[in-house]
Ligand binder design. Structure first.
Ligand SMILES: Nc1ncnc2c1ncn2[C@@H]1O[C@H](COP(=O)(O)OP(=O)(O)OP(=O)(O)O)[C@@H](O)[C@H]1O
Ligand SMILES: [Mg+2]
Length: 317
């Protein structure tokens, strides 16, 4: 499959950051053309830094990134007309109304007036913004302003769309409208880089995704394939009383309201379910969710990062 974005050994150290602290640390990634690619990871992992470098807004410290075959270092002029970006923090021009802000954005990107009008009308309809079209952006609620920003980018003719947490602060209905617009853009063979903390959203939309942790890619692949790469691909929930010591050897057990949650391999998960049914205890078994995978992989990374009890790095003041 053709590659839209290729990042190799990417490193970013912000000026004034503490010595040895890199926002991106040897990040290597290939994003295929014409699909939705999800970027997930905890706060500060480096997702926005990667997006800003690929969108030619920030210079890397080392490494190389190409977008549609053009190098972000030196070929920005080729890249910029072909991309559009919903930044993590954004405020569309306040003195315009919703319709104007979308229309002018499309005009500035070089669309002719008729096409810009048509796309503006369609996207306002798509994101249920038509009733607000004459309202000044300065008088919009936070979620509506975010939707206006998404409208601008999703209506554009760019080949690559960077959406950095586009649905943060959106109500559940508006979120799903943005999902549909993202799917529509993907059907138009555009490449979408979607950063999100909503793992259901990442799973619902992404063809592939990368879990970024401390500036590196910890896990990468199609959502369904990621399950095969974790220690325990199955989750079992037991509701009712059950001897804990029988569960412990079979997987990773935690106590939940009214029972246990156990992460286990397939054979052990089936065994737990069989025994629970024999005892007449309620049990459910299924594959782990993306959230389970996230908590497992990132949880282990946090454990590794934590200074040991006796060897703490913080000096007492
Ligand atoms: N302008 C900046 N100057 C200095 N350090 C920065 C700057 N922007 C980000 N950082 C640091 O770089 C690291 C990565 O930040 P980044 O914004 O890329 O994370 P993120 O994955 O997008 O997080 P979030 O989920 O909170 O948006 C963090 O340690 C952050 O503090
Ligand atoms: Mg971010």
């Amino acid at each position: 499959m053709p590659v839209a974005i290729r990042a190799q050994h990417l490193r970013k150290v912000y000026p004034k950051s503490p010595p040895g602290v890199a926002a991106l640390d040897d990040l290597t990634l290939e994003i295929p053309t014409g699909r939705v690619y999800g970027l997930i990871g905890r706060n500060g992992a480096g997702k926005t830094t990667f997006v800003r470098i690929a969108a030619t807004q920030l210079e890397p410290t080392a490494g190389e990134v190409t977008v549609l075959g053009y190098n972000v270092h030196g070929q920005e002029r080729e890249i910029r007309p072909r991309i559009a970006c919903v930044p993590q923090e954004s405020r569309p021009l306040y003195f315009l109304n919703v319709e104007e802000v979308v229309y002018l954005y499309l005009k500035l990107r070089g669309l002719d007036a008729a096409e810009a009008h048509r796309r503006t009308r369609d996207v306002l309809d798509e994101l249920s913004l038509t009733e607000y079209r004459r309202r000044s952006v300065s008088r919009l609620s936070g979620g509506l302003r975010r939707r206006a920003m998404c409208a601008m980018v999703l209506a554009s003719d760019a080949d690559v769309l960077f959406l950095d947490e586009p649905t943060t602060g959106l109500d559940p209905i508006a979120r799903r409208e943005v999902w549909e617009a993202i799917r529509r853009a993907s059907r138009e063979h555009r490449t979408i880089i979607l950063t999100t903390h909503y793992l259901d959203e990442a799973e619902a939309l992404s063809t592939r995704l990368a879990l970024v942790e401390r500036g590196r890619v910890m896990l990468e692949g199609a959502p369904a394939d990621l399950r095969a790469r974790v220690r325990y691909p199955y989750r079992v929930v037991i509701q009712g009383s059950y001897p804990r010591e029988d569960l412990d050897p079979l997987g990773q057990v935690s106590v939940i309201e009214g029972g246990y949650l156990i992460f286990a391999r397939e054979a052990e998960a089936r065994e737990i379910a069989r025994r629970a049914l024999e005892r007449g205890v309620r049990v459910s078994l299924g594959p782990v969710s993306l959230e389970d995978i996230f908590l497992d992989v990132v949880g282990r990374s946090i454990e590794e990062e934590a200074p040991s009890e006796d060897g703490g790095t913080e000096a007492e003041a």
